[in-house]
Write a protein of this length. Structure first.
Length: 717
């Protein structure tokens, strides 16, 4: 007798064959139609429609859908099976939907419905739609082959524990070198964030492994679908912490059928807008100081400079200086072209401050210069005698040239530099602004001036420079955004967010991060209110993601204990019910490099035999990682060394310092030198060790010699 599982599988197999055949047929027809490259606008539009459909079918044909929901809408005769996929597909002849796009309103039921006999709802363009869910089914299809059928809800049955079965199945898969989409496993709390309205600044505090980065990327795809007439991919931007992380997440948006979104780091974007007038100091030195061994001194001036220059208070000082600069722009002089012909400073001020007030300062300067030249030409046109006119033109032009030289002509950098002078401050500054600038510690001014002489700035100088650039030259069209994603936002400053707000008229943001992973003490925030306060209360929404989907329960519980030792109040991760191997804490017999390498090599060989695809060997500093990488190579272990300037992540076995591991995930993680010298009992080391531990999906091992770090001492392993 056929079981329910066999019946469901046979039913879905038949449906898949029908859907795949229809999609193959449509794709074959489209591929036979040549592309149109002529000038006819109607044909161009039809070609774009065909090309979009062709791309969608090509993306969906191997994995047409991942879910089914049988929904009986109130007032309808019976329940309708709805198949959910990455893209919508219609039947050619009838226009009937074979597959519903995961971003469509009705598809939200698939993510929001978590069981129960009560009616379910979803918001449609026509209002709230109510009905009953009879079936929620997860499907795994690979290359048009049905691999798995899981009913996570059947009306009238006991569904306890079934809902997580499919999620756990997907979480237990090994990872490659790219982040992947999660359309088939989006959870209800994640879906609420993804489908939030566009004119909001969403701030998301998400524990390690909560999927916040992936949620933000899916939100971009949703916004482009839902507001397709209002926002465009080329007007969206993602700010990531480094170039390697951009490479790591590069596969998600193409998998979702989205292209053209700008993806960059704040530093790269800022330098481009500043036309590379300055260079940014190499962060490696600062990283070496800040992420050095426990107990080693670090440059507190750099920490202080980062927080001072990233503050709203510093923004206000810059704004005061710019207001003073603008107010003193026009000299208190008339322009006398020749006796009897004078352009008054009152008229000049009227042009500059009234007629041109809506332009950026540099543009106003250019327009004023042009206006004054035209005024002079008009006056000269009144002179009839050509010889006299020639003589007057020569003298008047020289006087105009002398006058125009009095108009200041700063770049963002030359303006910014003069604010840090100790001996000679600009004349236009008010006493109040001078007093505020004098509050800057002299050590910060001295350190900044030394770098400025080399046309070099620190990362925290970029936001002030761009703020000045916006006032002097305005914001270019390509730098005005419909939506901005800021990842690892705990490392962003309030000044950076205030600046990006200028570039985003609708104040549409997705700002995400984790305060528990705020390892950059020289920048960033300590409370989300520092960023939330940049927006009006009605413009913001705050979300917390506390459930971690990345690591096993054993790893999350271990990492939480490390975080508790930091002494700071934090939100601890709640693991899904996915058990794995115990965390290994291994003491090597001596402090020789060979002992450590032998232990690491043994772990790698063991995990590779268990089908681990990606393994990270995480050390404390870059120098130590270089030595370890070399030693592993000599032992016959092929591994990639990841350094601070890395632009690509290639997967496999990697050796990297702990601060560069943030944002990445690996099947297995080996943390080396987890001793008292490398990880002491302090906030910085606790957060670093927490970051290292939470990179592991399935296996975690900590290797140490000598005295075990007090951050994990006494933990029950």
């Amino acid at each position: 007798m056929e079981t329910d599982i066999q019946s469901a599988y046979r039913e879905e197999l038949q449906r898949l064959e029908q859907t795949a055949a229809e999609m193959d047929h449509q794709l074959e027809i489209l591929q036979q139609i040549p592309r149109y490259f002529g000038n006819d606008l109607t044909e161009q539009a039809l070609d774009r429609i065909r090309e979009t459909k062709r791309r969608n079918l090509q993306a969906a044909v191997t994995e047409p859908y991942f879910g089914r929901m049988d929904f009986h809408e109130t007032g309808k005769v019976s329940a309708t099976p709805l198949y959910i996929g990455k893209v919508g597909v219609e039947k050619e002849e009838t226009g009937k939907l074979l597959v519903i796009d995961w971003r469509a309103p009705v598809a939200s039921l698939f993510y929001s419905f978590t069981g129960g006999e009560d009616p379910a709802f979803y918001e449609s363009p026509d209002g709230m739609i109510e009905g009953l869910v009879y079936l929620k089914r997860n499907l795994v299809i690979r290359k048009q082959i049905l691999q798995r059928v899981v009913d996570s809800y059947v009306r009238g049955r006991d569904n306890l524990g079934v809902a997580d079965e499919f999620l756990l199945y997907r979480l237990e898969e090994n990872k490659d070198n790219k982040l992947r989409d999660i359309v088939s496993t989006i959870q209800a709390e994640q879906d609420r964030i993804i489908r939030s309205s566009k004119n909001k600044a969403l701030i998301i505090q998400g524990v390690a492994g909560s999927g916040k980065t992936t949620v933000a990327l899916h939100r971009l795809a949703y916004l482009l679908y839902q507001y397709r007439e209002q926002i465009h991919a080329e007007n969206m931007i993602i700010f990531a912490p480094n170039s390697m992380f951009l490479d790591y997440i590069s596969g998600v948006l193409p998998e979702l059928g989205v292209g053209g979104i700008q993806q960059t780091t704040f530093a790269a974007w800022a330098l481009d807008r500043l036309k590379h007038e300055v260079t940014v100091s190499d962060p490696a030195e600062r990283f070496a100081k800040w992420f050095g061994l426990s107990g080693q001194p670090y440059d507190s001036i750099e920490q202080t400079a980062g927080r001072v220059k990233g503050s709203v208070r510093f923004l206000q000082i810059i704004e005061q200086a710019l207001v003073s600069y603008e107010a003193s722009f026009i000299p208190d002089d008339d322009l006398q072209a020749w006796p009897g012909v004078t352009l008054s400073d009152v008229q000049i001020r009227h042009w500059f401050y009234i007629e041109y007030k809506h332009y950026a300062l540099a543009t106003r300067r250019e327009r004023l210069m042009g206006r004054m030249k035209r005024w002079l030409d008009m006056e000269l046109d009144q002179v009839a005698d050509p010889n006299r006119k020639k003589d007057l033109r020569k003298r008047a032009t020289q006087r105009l040239r002398t006058y125009l030289k009095k108009l200041p002509d700063h770049t963002a950098f030359t303006f910014y530099k003069q604010l840090f002078r100790a001996a000679k401050q600009p004349d236009f500054l008010t006493q109040e602004t001078l007093a505020d600038l004098q509050e800057l510690p002299s050590e910060i001014r001295d350190a900044s001036n030394r770098k400025f002489k080399r046309n070099e700035v620190d990362p925290e100088d970029l936001a002030p420079l761009l703020y000045i650039q916006n006032r002097l030259h305005g914001i270019e069209r390509q730098a005005i955004f419909d939506h901005v994603v800021v990842d690892e936002a705990q490392d962003f400053s309030p000044f950076q967010i205030a600046l990006l707000k200028q570039n985003t008229p609708g104040h549409s943001f997705t700002i995400l991060g984790d305060l528990s992973q705020g390892i950059h003490a020289d920048q960033g925030i300590r409370d989300w209110q520092e960023l939330q306060s940049q927006f009006d209360p009605e413009e913001t929404a705050f979300f917390q993601l506390t459930r971690s989907y990345r690591s096993t329960m054993e790893i999350i519980q271990f990492a939480n204990q490390v975080l508790r030792r930091s002494g700071e109040p934090v939100t601890l991760a709640q693991p899904v019910f996915r058990s794995g191997e115990p965390v290994q804490v291994l003491q090597v017999p001596g402090k020789e490099q060979l002992d450590k390498v032998t232990a690491v090599e043994r772990l790698i060989r063991d995990w590779e035999a268990k089908q681990a695809s990606t393994i990270a060997v995480i050390g404390r500093t870059e120098e130590e990682c270089k030595d370890l990488h070399q030693a592993l190579a000599e032992a016959g272990v092929g591994a990639s060394l990841i350094e601070s300037k890395q632009t690509e992540y290639s997967g496999g076995i990697s050796v990297l310092p702990v601060y560069l591991a943030k944002g990445l995930e690996f099947d297995g993680v080996i943390l080396t030198d987890v001793d008292e010298r490398h990880y002491g009992l302090n906030v910085r080391d606790a957060k670093l060790l927490y970051v290292g531990c939470t990179r592991a999906l399935h296996r975690l091992a900590l290797v140490f010699a000598g005295d075990l770090s007090p951050l994990i001492r006494d933990q029950r392993i």
